[in-house]
Design a protein around this ligand. Structure first.
Ligand SMILES: C[S@@+](CC[C@H](N)C(=O)[O-])C[C@H]1O[C@@H](n2cnc3c(N)ncnc32)[C@H](O)[C@@H]1O
Ligand SMILES: [Zn+2]
Length: 294
């Protein structure tokens, strides 16, 4: 099966330009609130998909290990500089469409600001589900096409695409907004049960961000988030799901599997070699590289 196109962040200064040097303290703070509300108290191993430079990783307290996955090696290098090396973090360069893990090795996963780069979200969600144990928690954030701003623009004929229609809208190359009902359907088909939805970033409006104190905006958004099960009209939605159905128990002691042929891989840095298909995967500066077309 052909691999879907990947939004390439290699060499990008995303963390600096988007978060550190731009006025996004509000967005960051309200995401922290949503994560606090949705995260389980702790667990063994959490999979962070599209981890980028590890902006959210310190929020996953209570887990013995966090495995950061990103397709960009330079993003993970930044994450490693920020978080350090150590047994509690694993840095894994891999494609979400070809995850390099044995089935059922994670008891939690998050995917924040990443689904919006997926041209084939169903396929990505199937991969996530396969890596999770039964009853594992999965927190998914997605960009909502049916938000108040897009509705207004549509009504005023400033936007051609319909925010109420179920299909994704690709507003820039490999940047998609999704309809909340469509995402819920995909989650169900991928064997997830939706437990709770939070709507996030209601006040992502430059004028409000300029004029109101940050703590007011965060307090207002924290309150508005709690209506997320009733309606979803904010630009960002967080969904807490549980892995439904059964998953084959992870074979004891294994974490990695060959992303090409799925055979379990011995964890033998500086190179992991697949005994089944012969491919090998380098480990450099604590960063595992499972890209199939590196
Ligand atoms: C907008 S950034 C979000 C980073 C982080 N989650 C945050 O919220 O700060 C999206 C990340 O998804 C990663 N990404 C995009 N497509 C991917 C894929 N197919 N497999 C793995 N990572 C991918 C990018 O490299 C990028 O680091
Ligand atoms: Zn193999």
């Amino acid at each position: 099966m052909e691999t879907p196109p990947i939004c390439n962040y290699e060499g990008s200064d995303y963390q600096q330009s988007f978060w550190d040097q731009s006025d996004r303290a509000y967005e960051d703070a309200v995401e922290a609130v949503a994560l606090r509300r949705l995260l389980p108290a702790g667990g063994k191993r959490l999979l962070e998909l599209g981890a980028g430079a590890g902006r959210n990783t310190p929020r996953y307290t209570g887990f013995e290990q966090v495995v950061l996955v990103d397709y960009s090696r330079t993003q993970l290098q930044q994450a490693r500089s920020r978080l350090g090396a150590g047994p509690q973090y694993r840095y894994v360069v891999a494609d979400i469409y070809h995850l390099p893990f044995v089935p059922g090795v994670f008891d939690a996963a998050t995917m924040i600001r990443t689904l919006h780069h997926m041209a084939e979200p169903r396929r990505a969600l199937d991969q996530v589900r396969a890596a999770l144990q039964a009853k594992a928690v999965f927190i998914l954030e997605f960009a909502n096409k049916r938000n108040l701003k897009s509705i207004l623009r549509f009504v005023l004929h400033q936007q051609t695409w319909n925010p109420f229609s179920p299909e994704p809208v690709e507003f820039a190359a490999l940047n998609f907004d999704f309809h909340p009902a469509t995402v819920r359907t995909w989650l169900r088909l991928a064997r997830f049960t939706v437990q709770r939805q939070l709507t996030v970033s209601h006040f992502r409006i430059p004028f409000l961000k300029r004029t109101l104190p940050l703590r007011w905006l965060v307090a207002m958004d924290s309150f508005a988030q709690t209506t997320g099960n009733l309606w979803q009209l904010s630009p960002s939605v967080f969904v807490r799901c549980q892995a439904a159905g059964e998953t084959a128990a992870a074979p004891e002691g294994w974490l990695f599997a060959c992303p090409a042929c799925a055979a379990p891989l011995d964890d033998t840095p500086p190179r992991l070699v697949c005994q089944q298909c012969g491919r090998s995967y380098p480990v450099e500066d604590d960063i595992y590289d499972f890209r199939l077309e590196a």
